[in-house]
Design a protein around this ligand. Structure first.
Ligand code: HEM
Ligand code: HEM
Length: 186
C-alpha cells in the first residue's frame, strides 16, 4: 500500500479528496436550492447521493487515521498552519456529520430514506391522510434538521476559506500545495 510522502500524495489521498469534494459541493448546492425552491423531485436524489457519500467518507477518515495528515507543501506561516488545521478538521467533521444528520432528520421525521429506489427506512404514512407522514421521533428529527441546516452553513464557509487558501498557495506563494493534491510530484 502506498502512503503519502512530503513530495507526493498517494493515489488514495488524491482520488478520495476529489471524489468527496465534488460530491460535497454538489450536495451543499442542491440541498440549498431544493429547500429554497421546494423542489421535491430532487429530494430522493439528494438523499441517495448523501447516503452513498458515506462509504467514501468512512474510507477517507480511516485512511487519514492510518496515514496521518499530509505535511505542509510550502513555507506556511504559523497563522496559516493553524487556520489550515482548523479548516481541515471542520471539513472532515462536516463530511461525517452532514450525512448522519440528514439521515436522522428524514428517517425520524417519518419521510423514509431510499438509496436509488432501494428502501432503507420505510416512510411512515398517516393512515387518515397517506399523503402526509407521522413523525417517528420529533426531538431526533428536529436535532437532525438543526444540525443539517447549521452544519451546512458552517461547511460552506469552511469550503470557501479552503478554496481561497488553496488558490493563495498556488497563485501568490507559487508553492506545490495544489499541484500535489492534483497528483503531481513536487
Ligand atoms: C454529505 C452529505 C450531505 C450534504 C452536504 C447535505 C447538504 C444539505 C444542505 C446544505 C441542505 C439545505 C439545508 C438548509 O438550508 O436548511 C440540505 C437539505 C436537505 N437534506 Fe441534505 N445533505 C447531505 C446528506 C443528506 C442525507 C443523507 C439526507 C437524507 C437521507 C439528506 C436530506 C436532506 C433533506 C430532506 C433536506 C431538506 C430539508 C428541508 O426541506 O427542510 N441530506 N442538505
Ligand atoms: C475546488 C475545490 C477544492 C480545492 C481546489 C481543494 C484543494 C485542496 C488542496 C490543495 C489540499 C492540500 C492542502 C495541504 O496540503 O495543506 C486540500 C486538502 C484537503 N481538502 Fe480540499 N479542495 C477543494 C474542495 C474540498 C472540499 C469540498 C472538501 C470537503 C468538504 C475538502 C476537504 C479537504 C481536506 C479534509 C483536506 C486535508 C487533506 C485530506 O484529508 O485529503 N476539499 N484540498
Amino acid at each position: 500500500m502506498q502512503f503519502d510522502t512530503h513530495n507526493k500524495l498517494s493515489p488514495s489521498s488524491v482520488k478520495l479528496h476529489w471524489l468527496v469534494a465534488i460530491m460535497m459541493i454538489a450536495l451543499l448546492s442542491t440541498g440549498l436550492i431544493m429547500e429554497k425552491l421546494e423542489w421535491y423531485a430532487m429530494y430522493p436524489w439528494h438523499k441517495s447521493f448523501g447516503v452513498l457519500i458515506m462509504v467514501f467518507v468512512i474510507w477517507r477518515v480511516v485512511w487519514r487515521i492510518k496515514n496521518g495528515w499530509p505535511s505542509h507543501a510550502g513555507d506556511y506561516t504559523q497563522i496559516e498552519k493553524t487556520l489550515a488545521k482548523i479548516v481541515h478538521w471542520l471539513l472532515i467533521i462536516g463530511t461525517v456529520m452532514m450525512p448522519i444528520s440528514g439521515f436522522m432528520m428524514s428517517a425520524m421525521g417519518g419521510h423514509g430514506v431510499a438509496l436509488f429506489g432501494l428502501e432503507l427506512v420505510a416512510r411512515n404514512p398517516d393512515p387518515s391522510n397517506p399523503a402526509e407522514v407521522i413523525v417517528l421521533n420529533g426531538s431526533l428529527a428536529q436535532a437532525g434538521h438543526v444540525m443539517h441546516g447549521l452544519g451546512g452553513n458552517i461547511l460552506i464557509v469552511a469550503v470557501v476559506l479552503h478554496i481561497v487558501g488553496a488558490l493563495k498557495h498556488h497563485i501568490m506563494d507559487k508553492d506545490g500545495t495544489l499541484r500535489r493534491m492534483l497528483g503531481a510530484e513536487i
